[in-house]
Ligand binder design. Structure first.
Ligand code: PLP
Length: 476
């Protein structure tokens, strides 16, 4: 494909995406086809002779789009949002076109320096402590996901807790990680990969009302482990837990970590984006205690997957934990000590130019545009919560500090599960579920930039009328 052919085909692809976005509302949110439908429609092997891009676009319409879960759909309310946006896609397109590999400063000076600056911009935007800014000992880096951020934080914490021995001899003692019973599964996975074993993670109980970690229980667990000769290594606190968006009390947790010299990683994968709004920064009180912090612009900040923003307070500690320098990567810039080589801040060697999409997004929306997006999600969630509270067949299952609403039917688990299945089967909305206090709970997370008040009204109408028929069937 020469540049002129690329120009023509590229315009057609951009048109296809624009048409896709403008027709999302009319599509079912989830695929209506049984498993195997897409695979059955694909040929067993590649074509012998090349085909035009138009042929691929036609198959996108007929084969791929019907088999999609449409994450950008205004009726997509599942999991947490995974937003994208025009500027994000365009930034990613430029990144793909440049094809830069930014493993070292020397292999992509602009790739490295734009990333450092974008992470400083973001730190300022969220009001994160000065110690995360690159002007001091700290700094930020883009990871592919919050899961990778937690893994990298766990490795750095192990390095610190072992006094550097971990690099030479591996995991030679019982190192322990701590998180609340509501902590994300990636914490357990990180501990397993890091060699702590599944029982290396201590699940700490939560307050039954707020579902946030109980500091007294954390202290008790750390003291019990110390008494048993084990090594408290890392605490992962969460701002916005996956089930209910609960916020762990960072000021108390941070003080305990400081007292016992335990690494504090803050996982704000979803709710970190809320801190762009000053009125939501209460959720980040105590973040100054953190040794590391991450959030996913790819969840709720209009930046397409993959983009996790991860900061450490002491970059040298992280680099010391992860660096390996073979001869073939040696270069004058690295040896000068004056540049950042982001390969030392992550697990893989290679890395894409992901800062471009952040740059496009931050410049297109500006601070106020991003705040408007977050405020809209919070307001729409509140709109739904008011409806739920006003209908006494329903109950709220947890507070809704951000854009996630957790609720259920008072009639119990079975009717609540049936309600979820029926509303999802319509294809007009997509919600997911969790368990809160052992009880089946529906989760509705707002986040698509296309979701407006009428979509929330429509979702509530669907929930309400489906509950009408469901509960009528249950009454003999
Ligand atoms: N942490 C929390 C609190 C999450 O809710 C999630 C995903 O929803 C993750 C971590 C994992 O995010 P990622 O997909 O970026 O690894």
């Amino acid at each position: 494909m020469d540049p002129e052919e690329f120009r023509r085909a590229g315009h057609a692809v951009v048109d296809w995406i624009a048409d896709y976005w403008s027709t999302l509302d009319a599509r079912p949110v989830t695929s209506q086809d049984p498993p195997g439908t897409v695979a059955a429609a694909l040929p067993a092997g590649p074509p012998t002779d090349g085909e035009p891009v138009e042929a691929v676009l036609a198959d996108l319409d007929t084969v791929i789009a019907p088999g999609l879960t449409h994450w950008q759909h205004p009726g997509f309310f599942g999991y947490f949002p995974a937003n994208t946006s025009g500027p994000s896609v365009l930034g990613d397109l430029v990144s793909a076109g440049l094809g830069v590999q930014g493993m070292l400063w020397a292999t992509g000076p602009a790739c490295t320096e734009l990333e450092t600056r974008m992470l400083d911009w973001l730190a300022g935007l969220l009001g994160l402590p000065e110690r995360f800014h690159s002007s001091g000992r700290g700094g930020g880096v883009i990871q592919d996901s919050a899961s990778s951020a937690t893994l990298v934080a766990t490795l750095a914490a192990l390095h610190r807790a072992s006094g550097g021995r971990w690099r030479d001899v591996g995991v030679d003692r019982r190192y322990r990680a701590y998180t609340s019973t509501q902590g994300h599964s990636s914490i357990e996975k990180a501990a397993r990969i890091a060699g702590l074993g599944d029982d290396g993670v201590r699940p700490i109980e939560v307050d039954p009302e707020t579902l946030a970690l109980r500091p007294a229980a954390l202290r008790a667990a750390i003291e019990a482990d110390l008494a048993a000769g084990e090594v408290p290594t890392i605490v992962v606190a969460t701002i916005g837990t996956t089930s209910t968006a609960a916020v762990d009390p960072l000021p108390e947790i941070g003080a305990i970590c400081a007292e016992y010299g335990v690494w504090l990683h803050v996982d704000a994968a979803y709710a970190g984006a809320a801190a762009v709004c000053p009125e939501l920064r209460w959720s980040h009180a105590g973040v100054e205690y953190a040794d590391s912090y991450c959030f996913d612009p790819h969840k709720w900040l209009l930046t397409g997957f993959d983009c996790d923003a991860f900061w450490v307070a002491d970059a040298a500690e992280l680099v010391e934990a992860l660096t390996v320098l073979p001869e073939y990567l040696r270069n004058a810039a690295t040896e000068s000590g004056a540049v950042i080589d982001y390969r030392d801040w992550q697990v893989p060697l290679g890395r894409r130019f992901r800062a471009l999409k952040l740059w496009f997004v931050l410049r297109w929306y500006g601070v106020e545009g991003l705040r408007a997006h977050i405020r809209s999600g919070v307001a729409l969630a509140a709109q739904l919560a008011n409806r739920i509270r006003a209908d006494d067949r329903f109950e709220m299952a947890a507070p809704h500090p951000f854009s996630l609403v957790c609720f259920r039917l008072r009639a119990g688990d079975e009717p609540s599960a049936a309600l979820l299945a029926r509303v999802n089967a319509t294809g007009r909305v997509y919600l997911t579920h969790t368990r809160v206090g052992g009880r089946y709970t529906l989760r509705l997370a707002v986040g698509s930039p296309q979701t407006r008040a009428e979509h929330i009204d429509g979702a509530w109408e669907l929930l309400r009328t489906t509950a009408d028929s469901l509960l009528a069937e249950e009454t003999p």
